[in-house]
Design a protein around this ligand. Structure first.
Ligand code: PLP
Length: 422
């Protein structure tokens, strides 16, 4: 079930609507203030939806999970020997390379080449995950109290990823006018003297919108003018729902004027989140790129967190994992189509237009608050969906549906949802 997939059971997003309700125990609050840092919120209560899900599970009430974002639990056919390359006996020898072994960095560069993007392997840095890449980048780019601009709506983990590095996340908006676009004026106004980076997710989670080339160019100019880096999370880049959508996607690593870092990983590229290999590919002005890589080398050397076996296996895993990626591509495209068709038949709902990714966004009538809606969907309709507010949608009501569910389950889940609004 997807509530835990982003690490926190969306604890952060449950904060405003916590269950059971505040007020807190004053003594516990004082202990927290004295013992712990303020990098994480002090209230760790789980949200109402997670409580409802636990109750449904405990009570033996089955539901269709349209929040599942863990591909290894979504019924794909993983070849039994897919992970065999991890057994390479060269892995018995430990010869640490802070940026990653060159063969693995070459394999990642070849994977970018598969998507038509040219990257020098020397500009590739390995991490255990995209989350770790964010953490390293925020460490080397930001001092405590600096800020990064993050998209809204977007990936709920930014609140933790920035908070854990003592960095402030300032939102900039994506707006929907028949398709999603970045509010470039708002983004320009969001810069402050403490802005060290702009984070862009392309295609974005959950809106499924690729940043277009003109958006990337304009953001790169703003970054250059403010001496900020552009961090582009491209983990879903392989999941365009049509060739036309892929064609219209902007190329982040074509940016020359600003420091730019593209993020990716096995987690999404080949559906292997448990294997723990992510990467950064760095672009931009040569001198600044060299400086960033030198700093990342020192930061990576401090942890040496990427295991030797996974680095030695990287090339093989990327090659063999293509079989899994193709299954995921076929399923998310089919489910996105299904959602569009079914929503079009239900006059009060709309499937928002998108290009790519593992999620669909359904706009629904605001008859009750989203929080109540998602709980009653679990309890009364037997279907679990995420509310838009988990992803910081600026208004209600939106439901976010994972497109990873097997097609028949997805069709049944969406018809249960849509019946409610008929
Ligand atoms: C936009 C985005 N970036 C990164 C990740 C996580 O990637 P990783 O498993 O490499 O940390 C996710 C996971 O859902 C995501 O949605």
């Amino acid at each position: 079930m997807g509530l835990g997939t982003w690490g926190s059971g969306f604890g952060a997003k449950g904060r405003e609507r916590r269950y059971p309700p505040f007020p807190p125990n004053l003594r516990a609050l004082l202990i927290c203030l004295h013992v712990f840092s303020s990098r994480l919120q002090s209230d760790l209560a789980i949200n109402r939806l997670a409580v409802a899900v636990e109750r449904a599970r405990g009570g033996g009430h089955p539901f269709i999970d349209l929040t599942e974002s863990n591909p290894t639990r979504a019924g794909f056919d993983y070849p039994a020997d897919l992970l065999a390359p991890l057994g390479d006996c060269r892995g018995l020898c430990y010869a640490p390379e802070p940026l990653g072994v060159l063969d693995a960095r070459r394999a990642v560069a070849s994977d970018y080449a598969r998507r038509g993007v040219s990257v020098d392997p020397e500009r590739v840095v390995l991490t255990t995950s995209t989350s770790e890449a964010y953490s390293l980048l925020f460490k080397v780019l930001c001092d405590p109290g600096d800020e990064v601009l993050v998209p809204r709506p977007s990936y709920p983990l930014f609140e933790h990823l920035t908070g854990l590095e003592a960095v402030a996340a300032t939102p900039y908006d994506l707006e929907y006018h028949g398709r999603w676009a970045i509010d470039l004026g708002g983004l320009a106004r969001a810069f402050s003297p403490r802005t060290r980076a702009v984070v862009m997710v392309t295609p974005n989670n959950p809106t499924g919108s690729f940043a277009r080339q003109h958006e990337i160019a304009e953001i790169a100019s703003l970054c250059a003018a403010h001496h900020a880096a552009l961090v582009a999370d491209e983990v879903f880049a392989d999941y365009a729902w049509s060739p036309e959508a892929a064609r219209l996607a902007g190329r982040v690593l074509s940016v020359c004027e600003a420091l730019v870092v593209s993020l990716g990983g096995l987690s999404k590229a080949v559906g292997l989140p448990q294997v723990k290999l992510g990467w950064m590919a760095v672009g931009g002005p040569d001198a600044t790129v060299r400086q960033l890589i030198a700093r990342l080398e020192l930061a990576c050397d401090t942890y040496l967190s990427v295991s030797t076996p996974v680095q030695l296996a990287a090339g093989e895993l990327l090659a063999r994992g293509a079989a899994v990626r193709r299954q995921i591509q076929a399923r998310v495209s089919a489910n996105a189509r299904e959602l569009r068709v079914r929503a079009a038949r239900a006059p009060s709902t709309e499937a928002l237009v998108a290009d790519a990714g593992w999620y669909g966004v359904l706009q629904v009538p605001s008859r009750v608050p989203e929080d109540d809606l998602v709980v009653s969907l679990v309890e009364e309709d037997g279907v679990l969906a995420h509310p838009g507010y988990f992803f910081d949608f600026s208004r209600e009501s939106f439901l976010i549906l994972s497109l990873l569910a097997p097609e028949d389950r997805f069709a049944e889940g969406t018809s249960r949802l849509l019946r409610r609004f008929a």
